[in-house]
Design a protein around this ligand. Structure first.
Ligand code: PAF
Length: 285
């Protein structure tokens, strides 16, 4: 596996190698990331992963400084998976000067759910992803390719899809299914923050989403807000501090306004804190 730290190094490594299939990450890799890399492999001529902990998408009180950096393990896993090129810029390589030009996503999609509880998060994500796309897909002769994003970050996937569409980027965005532990907990770099006791209980978030989805399908006369409020209270009673547990239309993440929408493709999304660890999950139904 070739490791490139700067954009010129990356472009030199990719020159003449065809169209990249790209998996952006913030490192601390686990089986979910590696599944995305394996999914990416047949989708391009050269498989590229990136590791960059992007300061722009963290709020001041969030875990940027303590975000786990596990370089040796990450490199070993990517090499074993057969990744061709790792782009691992230092902060000064990607942001040699303050990044004053930013990509501001559509508030109708980006200011709700995660964006409501983490203001500016999706501007930080879109800005770094646009820059990573520029480095990976342009300047080496490729002129586009495919990027794989996990469905675990459901809203992120939708925001990136819209960004690619609105800027007419010649990049296919492919969704990867969420990898789960044996008990059903969605794999996440932040699971490592959980105490042993909280790790045992962490699956309660995905269970709550499953129960909410079932309740919606069986709802009868119960209005959706009442079902969501009950789900929030039940998770709170289990000792969590939920930010949201909600059911949205898959197409645009808006609340399903009428009975017809409630019968269409939906997704239950949740974010909640267990101790000091904030977890997110979702379930399409
Ligand atoms: O999902 C992530 O790990 C990050 O948000 C991403 C897409 C790598 C951008 O920093």
């Amino acid at each position: 596996m070739i490791i490139a730290h700067t954009i010129p190094e990356l472009r030199a490594a990719l020159a003449g190698r065809g169209r990249p299939a790209f998996v952006p990450t913030m490192g601390n890799l686990h089986a979910g990331h590696i599944a995305l890399v394996r999914q990416a492999m047949p989708l391009g001529d050269v498989t590229v992963a990136s590791i960059f902990v992007n300061r722009l998408q963290f709020l001041p009180h969030e875990d940027f400084d303590s975000y786990p950096r596990t370089w040796d393990s990450d490199c070993a896993q990517l090499t074993a998976a057969g990744c061709d090129v790792l782009f691992a810029p230092r902060e000064a390589d990607l942001y040699p000067e303050p990044q004053t030009f930013k990509v501001a996503p559509d508030p109708a999609l980006a200011d709700l759910l995660e964006g409501h509880f983490r203001p500016g998060f999706f501007t930080g994500v879109c800005t770094v992803v646009m820059k990573l796309f520029s480095a990976v897909f342009f300047g080496s002769g490729a002129g586009g390719g495919t990027a794989v994003f996990g469905k675990k970050d459901y809203q992120q996937l939708m925001v990136i899809r819209r960004m690619v569409q609105q800027f007419a980027l010649p990049i296919g965005v492919v969704a990867g299914d969420t990898a789960r532990a044996d008990d059903g907990l969605a794999l996440s770099s932040r699971n490592g923050y959980l105490s042993a006791e909280d790790r045992q209980r962490a699956v309660q978030l995905s269970q709550a989403l499953g129960q909410l989805a079932q309740a919606v399908r069986a709802a009868g006369a119960d209005p959706l807000p009442a079902l969501e409020a009950r789900a929030l209270k039940d998770l709170g009673d289990l000792g969590w501090q939920p930010d949201y547990l909600t059911v949205r239309r898959r197409a645009d993440l808006q609340a399903p306004g009428d009975a017809a929408a409630l019968e269409g493709p939906l997704v239950a999304l949740g974010a909640a804190r267990l101790g000091s660890t904030r977890l997110i999950d979702n379930l399409e139904f």
